[in-house]
Design a protein around this ligand. Structure first.
Ligand code: C2E
Ligand code: MG
Ligand code: MG
Length: 416
């Protein structure tokens, strides 16, 4: 019909943000009410000529014909939809807040198929969610590329895991005053036969979104523990734990099992978590952390200074250590502001009895400045880049810090 009239069609795909949480927290009656209100509001914004439906769950769809010159009008409608869906809903005397992410796809000719339109709107909708929700986005061809790359990474993770393509690298951590080596942070690498060594920022987010991070992390952490068992007991191993993993009620048991099976002492292990882990289910995270701490594992707050940097988050869990994000350390030379922030965090750590680790120390001048400020530990390229297990063993052997310098590998093999 639109093609006959030389008009275009816009397809709106709306997905309510955080709907599942509303169901979980306020119950299904509240969820039902919310869906009804959302439907009424959508119908109140769109013209009667629009075709509207609920696709299922918390997804709604609408189609609208418009004149080729009227794209701005479609965008105005989408913006209005975002606004009305942001308004709180009153249920049982409670204000429930949600929001919506809207993907928009455009059909300009008769050859456009329904399948393509819905898929494009879906891709645009997910793009909105990544951009921070509560907004609308038009589909663009580049987004499809991004989806394909993402799918390739996900497939690669699934097939690479059993082939042990994911390996631990280790970055030295030193006592800043004496320069003594005190531990390593394990940083994951993907040793891909096709693409070479891949940095975690490329694949960890995909592993998180696709629910693979739990298994991936435990595999590599196990490997790291087997390696670190050969280190001198004074050398700690720090591992990064994703917020997704702290949603798993069995996480503490899973990590404990690794400690038992590898024979790595809990007291040598440090778990690094970021502030974003504390947003969703603080009681669960607290119980996981408490159980780990009871066994002697210590807890660091990673990347502090970015994100919310909330003081109540610092007190929410029994952190043993704060790690200042490398963006502040990198900016220290020549930026009095960055320096003031570092000083403030160091003082804060002192008063809360949480020693500080500075990340990303790249030069001598920064190291000297941090010593002067009383920062306890540091890591960064000035002290050493993340390196493979073999290179780490060499580094430790040179300092006499390997337990059995001749046969570290055979230890593990004899137990298998
Ligand atoms: P992070 O935990 O903050 O790790 C520090 C990152 O800073 C590492 O990047 C490290 O290579 C980099 N870095 C260290 N020193 C310097 C320096 O002097 N200058 C500069 N420019 N960079 C430095 P990497 O290895 O790419 O890791 C990035 C992030 O990926 C990590 O940030 C961590 O959040 C995540 N990650 C790494 N391994 C794992 C893992 O096993 N599990 C999870 N969940 N996340 C991981
Ligand atoms: Mg870290
Ligand atoms: Mg960090």
């Amino acid at each position: 019909e639109a093609a006959g009239e030389q008009r275009h069609v816009a397809l709106f795909l709306l997905d309510l943000d955080h709907f599942k949480t509303v169901n979980d927290i306020h119950g299904h009656a509240a969820g039902d009410r919310l869906l009804q209100v959302a439907a009424e509001r959508i119908a109140s914004v769109l013209p009667p000529s629009a075709l509207m439906a609920r696709l299922g769950g918390d997804e709604f769809v609408a189609m609208l014909m418009f004149d080729p010159a009227g794209k701005a009008h479609i965008e105005a409608l989408a913006a209005q939809l975002v606004t009305v869906l942001e308004e709180p809903v009153i249920h049982d005397a409670q204000q429930i807040r949600i929001g919506a992410s809207i993907g928009l796809a455009l059909a300009t000719e008769a050859s456009a198929t329904m399948d393509t339109l819905v898929r494009q709107a879906d891709i645009a909708m997910y793009h909105c969610k990544d951009e921070g929700r509560n907004r609308f986005c038009w589909f663009e061809a580049g987004m499809e590329m991004a989806v394909q790359v993402r799918n390739q990474i996900e497939t690669g993770i699934r097939s690479g895991m059993p082939r042990d393509e994911f390996v631990p690298f280790f970055e030295p951590q030193v006592d800043i005053a004496t320069g003594r080596l005190v531990g390593f942070e394990m940083l994951m690498r993907w040793d891909s036969p096709e693409h070479g060594m891949i940095e975690p920022d490329r694949f960890i987010p995909v592993a998180e979104d696709s629910g693979l991070i739990g298994e991936l992390s435990l595999r590599v952490v196990r490997h790291a523990m087997e390696i670190a068992k050969g280190w001198d007991p004074s050398i700690t191993l720090a591992v990064n734990i994703s917020p997704q993993q702290l949603k798993d009620p069995w996480f503490s048991q899973k990590l404990t099992k690794l400690l038992v099976e590898t024979g790595f002492p809990a007291s040598q292990l440090e778990v690094e978590i970021t502030e974003s882990s504390l947003f969703e289910n603080l009681p669960l995270v607290r119980s996981i952390v408490t159980s780990l701490k009871n066994q002697g594992v210590s807890l660091s707050l990673d990347d502090f200074g970015t994100g919310y940097s909330s003081l109540s988050h610092l007190r929410a869990l029994p952190f043993d250590r704060i790690k200042i994000d490398r963006s502040f350390i990198a900016a220290m030379q020549g930026s009095p502001d960055a320096q003031a922030i570092v000083v403030a965090i160091v003082r804060l750590g002192e008063s809360l009895a949480m020693p500080i680790t500075a990340e990303g120390v790249e030069d001598e001048a920064t190291a000297i400045e941090l010593t002067r400020l009383g920062c306890a530990k540091a890591q960064g390229w000035h002290y050493g880049k993340p390196v493979s297990a073999a290179e780490t063993a060499k580094l430790l052997a040179d300092r006499g810090l390997l337990r059995s310098p001749l046969v570290p590998e055979q230890d593990g093999a004899s137990e298998d």
